[in-house]
Design a protein around this ligand. Structure first.
Ligand code: C2O
Length: 568
């Protein structure tokens, strides 16, 4: 397997820091000893003081009200008395790269961790990155800030590599769960994804402001959901000496290459106009058709005691487009060795990471404001906290409940046209009439390893009584090694998957995993909303539908079943 540094040397790639290719970590291994006595200074939101909608009662209250059922429920549901999943910041250990090499991503020792609640009256506008030219004042400020970050002592928590390591520690096994030292803590694949990254980008921006002594500075967003932003923005690709440049990006994807928001490793490039059309359709599908509820959009609950490797997992946006922007941008040297944007431990070493995540963060504001989505009101989400080093190099504890309004954090997003909000970008049926091939029942096929396309005919459930009639296609028990890049595509009532694209209704979407450290088996489910899709395909009255799974990565994925259920 070629090492990163061999690749770097072969491509005359200038490493991020001089210590990049040395064998030894530039940071001494540290054990963080936290002296803060009480980890929960701020009053917790309970179901009584949160604005819970009737559907989101705190399970603790529900169970207490159930009296005698309480212990039974507890026996069958050990998470019934759950609390927020929290990181144990006291004991940071080595994280792991996807190739199993340990990597020390731990921050410096923290003596005292203070609660932090943002207070600001000034709101700045984060601008679309594609509008910035390299001869602008903005570019000069931005690159000066990143250069200063890179120049800070490696031991300074605001140092650029230390900042990248924050992401690595939080997602590659640096922390366990507070109170559950046997369980890994992780900020991807659950409802923590959006708020954690919001806070992370927030402090990164504060550090930039502080280093250039300019609190008017805000980060740009990589507007990859608009045609004008569907390339690596010019300022990140100017000259190799620019602090915003990263040599470990996929050389085939430099401008003018147009991003593919549902990219699979190995996809061939299509005509730029066609790719842009596909991308808008992907945005429509993910933000509108598939994101109807907070769980669809943000991801599934993750509470104290939950094992992240067996949860229902990521929300729609985290999977697509978020994962694919990473995989498309980063270098995948071979499928087991992705670097910088392509793997979570190294993703934030590329300055473009923060513009990518500013756009993911912007989608949250669009989902709330334009699409009238709602935040969770569940106390286990609102009370969850994270720890970051702020611009003064001091560790602070921040809660999800305090990051829900970006104007209170001092920023908003430039109001750029959002083409995918328009119904004209909605995927259309590829072919109205087609003869569907016969295929076996799921029970005859699963469990199986997905190493070739699989067709199954799936029975639709029969409606009885009240409750939702919204049908969900569930790909059940998807098992894979989380160190691997994994992707497969899912189609419904499609007789020719090669002719089907993301702007076709038959193309439901994909499942993907970005390589994380700590080889361990994940087992999760993937859900697709299909009622509207079947309606559009003229299949409303069908008893059964054809489902096709097409592997898009070589790493093994096992599937345990496919079924259709009513939304619960
Ligand atoms: Cu924490 Cu885009 O990943």
């Amino acid at each position: 397997m070629a090492s990163f540094c061999a690749i770097a040397a072969a491509t005359h790639c200038i490493p991020h820091t001089s210590s990049f290719c040395s064998k030894k970590s530039p940071f001494p291994k540290k054990k963080v000893t936290c002296k803060a006595k009480n980890d929960d200074h701020r009053p917790e939101i309970t179901s009584k003081n949160s604005e819970n909608s009737p559907g989101t009662l705190d399970r603790r209250d529900v169970l207490l009200g159930l009296g005698g059922l309480y212990s039974t429920s507890l026996a069958t549901n050990p998470m019934a008395l759950a609390k927020p999943a929290l990181p144990d910041f006291k004991d940071c250990v080595d994280a792991t790269q996807p190739n199993d090499t340990p990597i020390n991503c731990c921050p410096p020792v923290a003596a005292k961790i203070e609660d932090y609640v943002p207070s600001t009256t000034t709101v700045r506008t984060r601008m679309a990155a594609q509008s910035v030219t390299v001869d602008s004042d903005y570019y000069r400020k931005y690159s000066a800030a990143i250069q200063k970050m890179k120049n800070l002592s490696p031991a300074d928590p605001r140092n650029f590599r230390q900042q990248a390591n924050v992401h690595c520690a939080y997602c590659d096994g640096g922390y366990t769960q507070k109170g559950n030292s046997k369980l890994l803590y992780e900020i991807h694949n659950s409802w923590l994804f959006f708020p954690w990254h919001r806070w992370y980008v927030y402090f990164f921006e504060k550090i930039c402001q502080n280093l250039i002594d300019d609190d008017t500075f805000v980060l740009p967003f990589w507007n990859w959901d608009a045609p004008g932003g569907m390339q690596i923005p010019p300022m990140y690709n100017s000259v190799v000496t620019s602090p915003l440049y990263d040599c470990l990006r996929n050389p085939d994807h430099l401008p003018p290459s147009v991003i593919n928001l549902d990219w699979s490793n190995g996809d061939v490039t299509v005509d730029p106009e066609v790719q842009m059309k596909h991308n808008l359709a992907i945005m429509y599908t993910q933000m509108i058709t598939q994101s109807k509820t907070p769980t669809d959009f943000f991801g599934n609950p993750y509470r104290a005691g939950d094992n992240i490797t067996t949860l229902d997992g990521a929300g729609q946006i985290e999977q697509t487009p978020h994962n694919h922007v990473h995989a498309w941008t980063g270098t995948i040297v071979d499928t087991s060795n992705p670097i910088d944007m392509g793997a979570l431990y190294s993703a934030a070493r590329d300055p473009i990471f923060f513009a990518h995540h500013a756009n993911v963060d912007r989608l949250w504001t669009i989902w709330l404001n334009q699409l009238k989505g709602n935040n969770f009101t569940d106390p286990d989400w609102l009370n969850a906290y994270f720890i970051f080093y702020n611009e003064k190099a001091k560790p602070v504890r921040v809660r999800i409940q305090d990051c829900l309004d970006t104007t209170k954090l001092g920023y908003t997003y430039e109001d750029v046209p959002i083409l995918w909000l328009d119904a004209s970008t909605k995927p259309q049926p590829r072919a109205k009439a087609k003869t569907l091939p016969s295929a076996p029942d799921p029970a005859q096929v699963f469990p199986t390893t997905l190493d070739k396309p699989i067709n199954v005919i799936v029975q639709r459930p029969k409606k009885s009584g009240s409750g939702s009639s919204e049908e969900i296609l569930v790909i059940e028990g998807i098992e894979y090694d989380k160190g691997n890049y994994v992707k497969f595509n899912v189609y419904i009532n499609e007789d020719d998957v090669n002719a089907s694209h993301p702007d076709n209704t038959e193309y439901l979407g994909s499942f993907s995993n970005l390589p994380h450290g700590h080889r361990m088996s994940y087992k999760t489910n993937k859900r697709f909303r299909i009622s509207e899709v079947l309606e559009e395909l003229g299949a409303r009255d069908y008893d059964r539908v054809l489902v096709t799974l097409v592997p898009k990565s070589v790493n093994p994925v096992k599937i345990n079943g496919v079924k259709i259920v009513f939304d619960s």
